[in-house]
Write a protein that binds this ligand. Structure first.
Ligand code: HAM
Length: 421
């Protein structure tokens, strides 16, 4: 047996129903908030992420599945969707084509990280992006939408955390304040943090090393260094969230691991998840669209990790529906008519199982029971001679003879009643 690659996983029947439910809810929530789906390639030019995600990020520095293709081009499996969605938005001038510049994408992402529960090398995101609106009303709407998605999935023990990381106007002063506050103590920090102090001091807040925490806890907070427009923006986002009745906590440590963020950042944490507890994360990225060659448009969005949402969903969120019918054939002459009956039921929209291997009637009945089929349709010599099918309701145990010509309609009606009740 050749097992799956480390950090990748199969989603097998039993679990896949939870994924299908999640995807259905995701499409529906996006539709209701005015987002249109976009499907972008899994493979992109490496420079898209070097420029978009940022050279100083762990993702670009350590985690990309980048390689030179046979034509000599540097390409990579996408580690996140935001730069791809921005690229598609610009490349297809979607701003002109759509009344609302709101896009979402669902698909696999690839990061060469150390696998653990909730962290994989191939994982899936629902990525939601909105362009062209600077008003804080959109920040609040996007955050509220993220919270609603989580609630729609029945995930109760989730916590929304928000912060602001300022803008290119006020961030230099904050970076200086961080370095001043660190002083010589920077030498006590881990290697990653010493590198961050040189390249992007804000990123020090990402550090998870226990030994570094006492120093990091004493560092200044972004909110105290915001320029007036950033400060007003953050206050307006908070006010709008309060008007929505969305509960949140402000964490000055929430700087997010990607370079493009400006102003609002947020995450929703799942308390039941363990160390990899971020169900989703996002923020505002005004400036990115232009940086990637597009017009000067604001942007904001988030991405949710589907594996983590599936883990956090309640155990009974979605189960496989049992088949509607099982066709039992008694004797050789009934085998072909049983296949035809199964075909007719399937064409009428009913999930139908049938035997192929001339099993005994007893064995077929057993399999119908094991599959939890709602109805068993029995075809034997008597039924064929009389132009009928014996219909056994597996819940009540009642059995009756139904004319062959009526049986498909009859089952369809039963199924409708069943769905309605
Ligand atoms: P991110 O925080 O890197 O942001 O990822 C978003 C979510 O993807 C995380 O909260 C987590 O649920 C999931 N995730 C990330 N890495 C892994 C992994 N290795 N295994 C499993 N799940 C993972 C972004 O990707 C940004 N593009 C979000 C964004 C969109 N910001 C603005 N627009």
């Amino acid at each position: 047996m050749i097992p799956a690659v480390r950090g990748t996983r199969d989603v097998v029947p039993g679990e896949v129903e939870r994924w299908q439910h999640l995807e259905q809810v995701a499409h529906d929530v996006c539709r209701r908030y005015g987002y249109r789906e976009v499907r972008t390639p899994v493979i992109e030019r490496e420079e898209l992420f070097a420029k978009g995600t940022g050279e100083s990020t762990d993702i670009v520095q350590k985690e990309m599945y980048a390689f030179t293709d046979k034509g000599g081009e540097r390409v990579t499996l996408r580690p996140e969707a935001t730069p791809s969605v921005v690229r598609a938005f610009v490349q297809h001038a979607l701003e002109q084509a759509l009344t609302e510049a709101k896009l979402y994408a669902i698909g696999p992402m690839f990061r060469y990280e150390r696998p653990q529960k909730g962290r994989y090398r191939q994982f899936h995101q629902l990525d939601v992006e909105a362009f062209g609106v600077e008003a804080p009303a959109l920040d609040a709407e996007v955050i509220e939408m993220a919270a609603h998605l989580v609630a729609e999935l029945g995930i109760a023990d989730a916590e929304l955390v928000i912060n602001t990381v300022g803008c290119p106007e006020c961030r230099p002063a904050f970076s200086r304040a961080l370095l001043d506050a660190l002083g010589d103590r920077v030498a006590e920090l881990c290697g990653d943090c010493r590198r961050r102090a040189r390249t992007n001091p804000l990123r020090i807040f990402d550090c998870k090393q226990p030994a570094d925490q006492p120093v990091i806890d004493g560092l200044p907070h972004t909110v105290d260094y915001l320029c007036p427009p950033c400060s007003e923006h953050f206050a307006a986002v908070r006010e709008a969230l309060e008007a929505f009745g969305v509960e949140y906590r402000v964490s000055h440590r929430l700087v997010r691991g990607l370079d493009y963020y400006r102003r609002t950042t947020f995450e929703i944490l799942g308390r039941a998840l363990g160390a990899q507890d971020a169900l989703l994360g996002g923020g505002r990225y005004d400036g990115l669209v232009r940086q990637l060659g597009g017009p000067d448009r604001a942007g904001i969005g988030f991405a949710a990790g589907l594996e983590r949402l599936v883990l956090a969903m309640p155990p009974d969120a979605a189960v496989a529906a049992p088949p509607d019918a099982y066709v039992v054939a008694i004797g050789e002459e009934a085998r072909q008519p049983a296949q035809v009956l199964a075909r007719d039921l399937r064409h009428a929209g009913l999930c139908t199982l049938v035997d192929y291997d001339a099993r005994s009637p007893r064995s077929q009945m057993k399999r119908a029971g094991k599959a939890q089929a709602g109805q068993v349709l029995i075809l034997g010599a008597d039924e064929l001679a009389g132009g009928r099918v014996s219909l056994k309701d597996m819940n009540t145990g009642e059995q009756e003879a139904v004319p062959r010509g009526d049986v498909v309609d009859r089952l369809r009606r039963m199924q409708k009643d069943c769905v309605a009740s």
